[in-house]
Design a protein around this ligand. Structure first.
Ligand code: PEP
Ligand code: MG
Length: 613
């Protein structure tokens, strides 16, 4: 039967795109030589990794093209048959899995994919193309598949037009097998590897296996993407925004990733490895010194204190939080649980997760942030697919629009509050209306719990993130109606400067030292002080000593940061005077050029840290 008829036939079946499919790129490139090649990207997570690269491409597949002679026809066709067999086995396996987990209806799409795979007309065309063009089989198959795709794309029938994606998925799967590339799952890497990818999604990152994943490198992305934040907390070195690392590095290449300077070295020389070895020893000595102060208070030389808390995503980080002597959890990003679960976990699962973190914290506070889905945190595949998801149906907007999901989470958080010192924080609040609406939902959940006699902390504190510029402008109003506020500088900077935090092309504009950012931070902190509402900073700048000193000088009550960065920040705080930090604030607030501001902040840091800078 012709593919067109099969697809009409398959109309009865439930067509749906295949789940995301990953493959390595085998393009022959300059890195095939043993010559040392240096690439520059953006330093995203500190540390140095050295090992075997695994290239992990999600979107584009480079199909090789080369001439063959007639004597090779049979061997090429044999390769093709073999790839079809492998692809059929794979699709059948996925089909069975989906049938078990989601039911036969959802699995039927894979029956249709099998029909596409084995379509005789298409296969005959590939053979004819091979004989006619005398090119390798993957090139011929791709040509034929692309012709089919263009044909379907031009169809009047909307249903058939939409099948383009399905034919694309099947042909990609087949090409992937034909070219002999292995699939990569970040949770199940076969050997220690450095992943090189166009991008790493937050759900891929949620599966990261620290024991095997030595580091990662991406073409796209920024320092504050959620996957990078997760890598930083696991101390995995990362370089992002390289533009074309996936084209220049081959799977199997030996590469060195310098997450301090944003450098990648392909085929590093012995000399280079020796220099990096020395650097690692120096860094280790420096870290040991920072660590030796870890149980001391976060107190300046003139006796001012600032509370240093930790950002976490679950229980697996609590041992480290304790080891780093954090004064509690300043930001529990609950999306981690949803991402690891690849969906919306029931109340019981969430309750167990929250309770375990709360109990691990003992009597220290745990600020649980309600679900911040959207942006680069996409849960499952039924989630929000806005064109501009950072400005779209995200965080509190999503929760208020999906009250059942929100209520389930609030019930679980409230119940966990019976086991320790829990606070609730809403993300992405843009005005009083949203805050009040969220509080109304919270009040109704509390009432339900009272009605059924479930225990929770009746005087639980409720706060909000300040990460949308409108919230910063009305800080007095928000501070009057919250128990605490926390500045989410990652988003605040992107929204204030109109710079997508994931887009490497505008990464140079993502500037925490921009005078507009500093003025906004200062006015938020001043507003909170005036209202006597405690204010903290939980964005990534809190973990960077050059900003930590400034934030202390502005009067922040606490900083919440990735716990692995806590020793250096604490060491720094212990080596400065608050009075000097206040002078620094006054000086930089007068400057209009962010490069000059950075110079001043750097000089302050160097003076405080001396040899340790
Ligand atoms: C922030 O925006 O600064 C923040 C802490 O939240 P997230 O990075 O999870 O968006
Ligand atoms: Mg945020």
């Amino acid at each position: 039967m012709h593919l067109l008829l099969k697809l009409f036939f398959a109309k009865e079946l439930c067509f749906k795109n295949l789940t995301p499919y990953y493959f390595n790129n085998l393009t022959v490139s300059e890195s095939n030589t043993k010559e040392e090649i240096i690439l520059q990207g953006i330093a995203a997570s500190p540390g140095v990794a050295h090992g075997r690269a695994v290239v992990y491409l999600q979107k584009q597949l480079d199909v090789p093209c080369y001439d063959i002679v007639e004597a090779q026809f049979d061997a090429e066709l044999e390769r093709f048959d073999q790839a079809i067999l492998e692809t059929r086995a794979e699709i059948t396996q996925v089909r069975d899995k989906i049938a078990k987990s989601l039911g036969e209806g959802e699995a039927r799409i894979f029956d249709a994919h099998l029909l596409v795979l084995e379509d005789n007309a298409l296969l005959d065309e590939v053979t004819a193309e091979l004989r006619g063009s005398k090119k390798n089989i993957e090139f011929c198959y791709n040509n034929v598949a692309q012709r089919y795709i263009s044909f379907f794309r031009s169809m009047e029938d909307e249903y058939l037009r939409e099948r383009v994606a399905d034919i694309g998925d099947v042909s990609r799967r087949l090409l992937h097998n034909l070219i002999g590339m292995q699939k990569v799952n970040l949770g199940q890497l076969a050997a220690e590897s450095i992943i090189v990818s166009e991008d790493i999604s937050s759900s891929d990152a949620a599966d990261m296996d620290r024991n095997k994943l030595l580091g990662f490198v991406t073409d796209c992305g920024g320092r504050t993407s959620h996957s990078v934040i997760m890598a930083r907390s696991l101390r995995i070195p990362v370089v992002v925004g390289t533009h074309d690392a996936t084209k220049r590095i081959l799977s199997g290449n030996h590469i060195l990733v310098d997450g301090y300077e944003g450098v990648i070295v392909i085929n590093p020389t012995e000399d280079r490895l020796y220099k990096y070895g020395k650097l690692a020893t120096e860094r280790k000595k420096r870290d040991d010194t920072f660590n030796s102060f870890i149980s001391e208070p976060a107190q300046t030389l003139d006796g001012a204190s600032i509370s240093l808390m930790a950002n976490v995503e679950g229980l697996h980080e609590m041992e480290q939080v304790k080891a780093m002597c954090a004064e509690g959890v300043g930001l529990f990003r609950t999306e981690g649980i949803f991402l690891r679960h690849h969906g919306y976990p029931p109340e019981s699962v969430q309750y167990d997760e929250y309770r375990s973190v709360v109990e691990a914290a003992g009597d220290q506070p745990v600020i649980i942030r309600t679900l911040d889905v959207g942006g680069d945190k996409i849960i499952g595949d039924d989630n929000i697919k806005d064109d501009n998801s950072f400005m779209g149906f995200r965080a509190i907007r999503f929760c208020l629009g999906n009250e059942a999901i929100f209520k389930t989470q609030l019930r679980a958080i409230l119940r966990s509050s019976a086991h320790g010192n829990v606070k609730i924080m809403y993300p992405m609040i843009s005005g009083l209306n949203e805050l009040r609406q969220a509080n109304q939902v919270l009040a109704s959940v509390k009432q339900d719990l009272r009605d059924t006699g479930e225990a929770f902390d009746e005087s639980i504190e409720v706060g909000a993130m300040v990460e949308v510029p409108s919230a910063a402008v009305i800080i007095d109003l928000l501070a009057a109606e919250t128990d605490f506020l926390s500045i989410g500088s990652n988003d605040l900077i992107q929204y204030l400067m109109a710079v997508d935090r994931l887009n490497e092309q505008v990464a140079h504009l993502y500037d925490p030292a921009h005078p507009a950012v500093l003025r906004t931070l200062k006015s938020i902190i001043d507003g909170c002080k005036a209202a006597k509402t405690p204010v903290s900073i939980c964005g990534e700048i809190a973990g960077d000593p050059i900003y930590a000193g400034l934030l202390l000088g502005m009067g922040a009550d606490s900083l919440s940061l990735t716990s692995s960065l806590l020793p250096e920040v604490k060491y720094f705080i212990r080596h400065i005077k608050k009075a000097e930090a206040e002078v620094l604030v006054a000086e930089v607030m007068k400057l209009g050029d962010s490069a000059e501001i950075v110079q001043k902040l750097e000089a302050f840091r160097r003076k405080a840290l001396g040899d340790m800078a």
